[in-house]
Write a protein that binds this ligand. Structure first.
Ligand code: FAD
Length: 621
């Protein structure tokens, strides 16, 4: 049957990409449908219940700055919060939260169910309605036809999903969920490049069978960080500790014994796995000289005994899993509640997408999340948000929007995927961003919330809170510039113990806070009241302290932008560009970058080759 009415945006899949996509489109006023296998699994964390971490929390804060759900749900579900790299510079500082998976899921469901313009429907999507080169809607498993202007596919690991435990295998989307076979077959008929990737998860353990007294306890940080810019400590549930233990030589010996029944090492799994989150059998083979690896023992929630032993993801046979787990200190009597496994699934070459995440070949069809070759909730959520924005933009016949690499990690993520493609699950790192000092997690709101408001994404509540914060920062910065301290004054004398040399002339507070020996708290109380909001104080301090470096980075961006504006014609004949290596010519022909800046990010591209392109363009214009 044809479902009555028509949607502006239809989202397939209620995972991390799908929920942010549906919410973003609906916030922008698009009539949106979220079609998913099972309403009970909306916002489910397939693997470890943790959000954030280095590089990843930058994405979460950017999603939050655009009023997405991930950070708010984390504040409502987080049971242990930490600031990573707290002793390093602000560019690489990151927030990580261990989440109670039940509370996290409930928070996402609550946000979804209370979102105006959004309808949810439980059923598998089996087919896409495509007319010519344009998508028109979706057909479900029981033949219900939903018409829509834009369709966003966010099927995660479900397309052709195949689970491996040792040499046993069965079809599934993830443990306990059905795979998407019909849809995967249908997608393989479309002109899109498909390949296989794999990922894995560790066995889960019953906490009642674990001896925590021999492990190292890792409590959360005090003061407890919050994830969302609107976050409030009062939202956090009870906070608990994680623990650390280690594998040992016996564990490694047991794992090696199982390799002849490993789907990875017997060649049964063809897809590449996540290099930065390898299975434990991968680790002992790749780092054969290491006699021990850390295992983070993380609670799955406040109302369950299940633990997530982070670091021992495996697809070895169950008998080996059990023996290896029990060889680890504290796990001697461990009861495994769920075996570890690996899953292989279809992903699409992201080079077939535009920066808006619309497919190049089917108009109105957008892809987001794991199906684009990424791994991680945060990477999925970020893409979902962007696809949701652009699917709504398309329905409203507005131009696409996406942030540049110097504006957001979301921009880095999408540009990397679209320009370089990926042959292994892609995860975000701060090292992937050229302009790290500008793309900090502490200033994601200052970078993006105004744009989000313009796009129609940002609520009145967030906008007001943001404007107040921005004004408070400006007011305090002005006060520090206008407040002067004389040498020999009480204020100057109080700083002498901290300063290498006493003050010999008049300084304003803005200059003083730039000194490496001083912090905002040391000077803020001089001739006035310090700001009480620590987030305002943090901004004031970072912006003054790093002003020189930030300025330099802005100059580099300006220079890059001038190049970015140099377009490369879509039909450019790279064979005629003298001096290019065959390898680079082939890559340029395959990627067909739209600009010089995009060309410069192709793997293996050299400054010399960029000059050849520029010379060629100049000659032939
Ligand atoms: P998912 O969260 O998988 O959501 C997909 C959604 O789409 C589901 O709700 C599903 O029911 C729905 N769906 C699928 N097909 C259809 C259809 N035809 N019709 C309707 N609904 C459909 N990430 C890490 O960062 N590190 C790890 O170590 C890691 N290990 C993992 C191990 C395993 C075994 C798995 C399964 C995942 C792992 N992940 C890991 C990845 C992480 O879970 C994903 O990156 C993230 O969940 C991707 O989000 P998504 O929204 O793209 O897809």
């Amino acid at each position: 049957m044809d479902y009555p009415g028509r949607f502006d945006v239809i989202v397939i899949g209620g995972g991390h990409a799908g929920t942010e996509a549906a919410l973003a489109a609906a916030r922008m006023g698009a009539k949106t449908l979220l079609l998913t296998h099972n309403i009970e699994t909306l916002g489910q964390m397939s693997c470890n219940p943790a959000i954030g971490g280095i590089g990843k929390s930058h994405l979460v804060k950017e999603i939050d700055a655009l009023d997405g759900a991930m950070a708010r749900a984390t504040d409502r579900g987080g049971i242990q919060f930490r600031t990573l790299n707290s002793r390093k510079g602000p560019a690489v500082r990151a927030t990580r939260a261990q989440a109670d998976r039940v509370l996290y899921k409930a928070a996402i469901r609550d946000i979804l169910e209370n979102q105006p313009n959004l309808q949810i429907f439980q059923q598998a999507a089996d087919d896409l309605i495509v007319e010519g080169d344009t998508v028109r809607g979706v057909v479900t498993q029981t033949g219900i036809r939903f018409q829509g202007t834009s369709v966003i596919l966010t099927a995660g690991t479900f397309l052709g999903g195949l689970i491996h435990i040792g040499l046993e295998r069965h079809s599934a989307g993830r443990a306990g969920d059905p795979p998407s076979i019909a849809l995967a077959d249908r997608l393989r008929e479309l002109p899109l490049r498909v390949d296989r990737l794999k990922t894995g998860t560790p066995p889960r353990i019953d906490a009642r069978s674990v001896d925590f007294s021999v492990m190292q306890e890792q409590p959360g940080d005090t003061p407890t960080p919050v994830m969302s810019y609107l976050g409030d400590l009062s939202e956090h549930p009870q906070q608990i500790s994680c623990f650390i233990t280690h594998t040992n030589e016996r564990t490694h010996e047991i794992l090696r014994k199982g390799l002849d029944r490993s789907p990875l090492y017997t060649g049964v799994i063809a897809g590449a796995g996540p290099r930065y989150c390898p299975s434990v059998e991968d680790k002992i083979m790749r780092f054969a000289d290491k006699t021990s690896h850390q295992v983070f023992v993380e609670p799955e929630g406040l109302t369950t005994h299940e633990l997530y032993p982070n670091g021992i993801s495996t697809s070895l046979p169950f008998d080996i899993q059990l023996e290896a787990v029990r060889s680890i200190r504290g796990f001697e009597n461990a009861h495994i509640t769920r075996p570890g496994y690996a899953i292989e699934y279809d992903f699409f070459n992201p080079q077939d997408l535009k920066h808006s995440l619309e497919t190049k070949h089917i108009q109105g069809l957008f892809f987001a999340g794991q199906i684009n070759g990424t791994t991680g909730y945060e990477e999925a959520g970020a893409q979902g948000l962007l696809a949701g924005i652009n699917a709504a933009n398309r329905a409203f016949e507005r131009d696409a929007w996406y942030p540049r690499r110097d504006e957001a990690y979301i921009g880095v993520l999408v540009d990397d995927l679209i320009t370089l493609g990926t042959s292994e699950p892609y995860r975000m790192f701060t090292s992937r961003a050229e302009y790290r000092l500008i793309l900090r997690e502490d200033n994601a709101d200052l970078r993006l919330t105004e744009k989000g408001r313009e796009l129609g994404l940002v609520s009145d509540e967030r906008w007001q809170s943001f404007c107040q914060k921005r004004e408070a920062i400006e007011r305090e910065q002005q006060r520090l510039r206008d407040t002067w301290i004389q040498p020999g004054s009480d204020e100057a004398r109080s700083l002498d113990a901290k300063l290498k040399t006493p003050l010999t002339r008049e300084y304003n507070l803005a200059d003083l806070v730039k000194r490496p020996e001083l912090e905002y708290a040391d000077i803020a109380g001089f001739k006035g009241e310090p700001v009480s909001d620590i987030r305002v104080a943090e901004q004031v301090e970072i912006q003054f302290k790093y002003a020189g470096y930030i300025e330099r980075q802005r100059d580099e961006i300006e220079q890059m932008r001038r190049q970015e504006n140099t377009p490369l014609p879509a039909d450019m004949d790279y064979g005629r560009v003298g001096g290019l290596s065959n390898e680079l010519r082939t890559k340029l022909e395959s990627v067909r970058p739209a600009t010089i800046a995009q060309a410069s990010r192709i793997q293996g591209m050299t400054p010399a080759a960029i000059s050849l392109l520029l010379v060629f363009l100049k000659k032939h214009q």
